[in-house]
Ligand binder design. Structure first.
Ligand code: PMP
Length: 355
């Protein structure tokens, strides 16, 4: 160790989180057992869950109107579980489709009720965010993806609407100060800014719950709320890694500090990208993501050469998502500025030789 890790998720975690997680595999808090072999109903794990849930609320600045759950599965599970819990068969939800994850969310919602797409950026390969749209009267909620991991766009403001907002924040949660109280439901897979794969965080405003549909017990948010997020065996280790990561975010200075670092990384990367003739960005400037920068080489035949060069220099994760191609550099909370410096130096050198 250490490679320069530009993976889009699972992705880079703080070194001390990994050290603490590794130590807990051998001995959890000095109790003489591994975190992998303690029961989820012990007071030891109860304390982990309580602290993790409380830290989420603290970092989000939200109060008792909300409940925080750590649930099994990836964010894709929430594409289904959100409408299953919020949308009755005769109700309509509005969706903003800014990329492949948003598209999948719409498809799943249609299994449970009506889902109308009020804004789609498919016409231009999701290379921008369409901020003007109209939501039909009477919709239950408006769903959007705050950061489009694959396409490299990000909402830098809130969608203008009075309808309760549901946000997939998988790839930019806890990366910046954010008025979480503007949202009715937030969900995210943990494996980018918040820990290891295998657990989802769901933060839900309680007054959003209570529909007529029968919901399978394990899918029902209300059951999880009543059970304090311990309805069945949770992914114990993944919840623990999330707790370590949340503690790290707080210790480092919280969301303001995360944003400061994200801005430094993004400025260094995009300023370089804009200045180099051999490369070009894939999305419009004002909607660029601070987490996932997408770009390509001006001469398409050189893309693979650049990826190979990155590999040779110990830089991983630079190839774009298999569905869209191109290049992508993911810059999550734990990525040091020195890694961004390393790749921009390589890009400059590459551009000098290949422009
Ligand atoms: N939403 C977003 C914004 C994502 O980036 C991802 C994964 N990269 C998903 C949903 C799907 O997550 P999972 O693989 O955990 O189901």
């Amino acid at each position: 160790m250490k490679m320069h890790n530009f993976n889009s998720g699972p992705s880079i975690l703080p070194k001390e989180v990994m050290e603490q997680a590794a130590a807990a595999i051998y001995d959890f808090n000095g109790v003489g057992l591994s975190i992998l072999e303690i029961g989820h109903r012990t007071s030891w794990f109860g304390a982990v869950m309580d602290e993790a849930r409380a830290l989420v609320k603290e970092l989000m600045g939200i109060g008792d109107a909300y409940e925080v759950l750590f649930l099994h599965g990836g964010a894709s599970t929430q594409f289904m579980q959100v409408p299953m819990n919020l949308l009755d068969t005769d109700e309509t939800a509005a969706y903003i489709d800014n990329g492949i994850w948003g598209t999948k969310a719409v498809k799943e919602a249609r299994l449970f009720g009506n889902a109308v797409v009020v804004s789609s950026t498919k016409d231009k390969n999701h290379s921008y965010i369409a901020k003007a749209f109209t939501v039909p009267a009477g919709v239950k909620y408006l769903h959007y993806t705050t950061n489009n991991t694959v396409e490299g766009t990000q909402w830098h403001s809130f969608p203008a609407t009075d309808v309760p907002l549901v946000a997939d924040m998988s790839s930019d949660i806890f990366s910046r100060p954010f008025d979480y109280s503007k949202l009715a439901l937030i969900y995210a897979g943990a494996q980018k800014n918040m820990g290891a794969a295998g657990v989802n965080i769901v933060v839900v405003k309680k007054d959003m719950l209570g529909i007529k549909r029968a919901i399978p017990a394990i899918m029902n948010y209300r059951n999880h709320i009543e059970a304090g997020s311990l309805l069945n065996t949770p992914p114990v280790f993944a919840v623990y890694v999330a707790l370590l990561t949340l503690r790290w975010i707080k210790r480092e200075g919280g969301l303001a500090e995360m944003e400061k670092r994200a801005k430094e990384r993004a400025a260094l990367f995009y300023d370089t990208l804009d200045a180099l003739p051999a490369f070009k960005p894939l999305v419009v400037k004002e909607d660029r993501s601070m987490m996932n920068a997408t770009f390509t080489t001006v001469r398409p035949e050189l893309e693979d050469t650049f990826v190979a060069l990155c590999k040779q220099e110990g830089m991983v994760g630079v190839k774009g998502h298999r569905s869209v191609g191109g290049l992508r550099v993911s810059m999550y909370n734990a990525l040091p500025l020195s890694s961004v410096q390393a790749i921009v130096d390589l890009m400059k050198d590459f551009s000098d030789k290949n422009a």
